[in-house]
Write a protein that binds this ligand. Structure first.
Ligand code: IMP
Length: 200
């Protein structure tokens, strides 16, 4: 079972190879193997919408089954923002530091107990003809700290304190993150769906 992963990033390929290791015969490859790049505008207002949009457009361009994910941070005190705008919360091309600074600014004066949040991830799979085959969602619950802490990870990791921990995701590091993350949980739900598809 050959599936194109909607990313150019080798790191993401290795992460998914590990997360989906229980699917026998699964061969993942990145978009680096395509003759020309495919650009998808992520303009849907849900993670599910964006994940399927990416998977469908890339499957059409490549004529391969395609697996795409979309993820972001939902903060309860902000009505679920930044959500699908997580990457560009502080503006198009914003750095992680700028996004984190904006988030802290918006939460200024918000009590610790009201700073609940979650990382969300949706993974979508379509076949080479663009038919939707499977989708899986995962969430990692936590809260937003008062100041950035830790140097590992990316994005909002220095501000996100997962439930059950006192450290931020950026302090906990990849081993713990790979056990509790939104992506790991969504991938774990996808595994049995991929096994079923393989046995069809
Ligand atoms: P995408 O799904 O790669 O497009 O992620 C969108 C944005 O959500 C990223 O640019 C980050 O700002 C944020 N995000 C998603 N996953 C994580 C995570 O595991 N840690 C920190 N930030 C994340």
């Amino acid at each position: 079972m050959r599936i194109l992963l909607a990313t150019m990033n080798e790191g993401k390929l290795r992460e998914y190879e590990r997360l989906l290791a229980d699917v026998p015969g699964l061969e993942l490859e990145t978009m680096a193997s395509l003759p020309k790049p495919v650009n998808v505008v992520e303009d849907r207002d849900t993670f599910m919408g964006n994940a399927f949009k990416k998977a469908t457009e890339i499957a059409a361009a490549s004529r391969m089954a395609c697996l795409a994910d979309d993820s972001g941070l939902e903060v309860d005190a902000l009505g679920g923002r930044p959500g699908v705008y997580s990457a560009r919360y502080a503006g198009e091309g914003a750095t992680d530091a700028e996004n984190n600074a904006k988030l802290l600014g918006e939460l200024l004066g918000t009590d610790a107990r009201d700073r609940t949040a979650r990382f969300q991830c949706v993974i979508a799979l379509v076949d080479a003809d663009g038919r939707r085959l499977a989708a899986a969602e995962g969430a990692c619950e936590g809260r937003i700290g008062a100041t950035p802490r830790g140097a590992q990870g990316f994005g909002y990791d220095p501000l996100f304190i997962p439930d059950g921990y006192e450290q931020t995701m950026a302090e906990l590091g990849p081993e713990t993150k790979n056990e509790i993350s939104h992506r790991a949980k969504a991938a774990a739900k996808l595994v049995p769906l991929l096994q079923q598809l393989r046995n069809r």
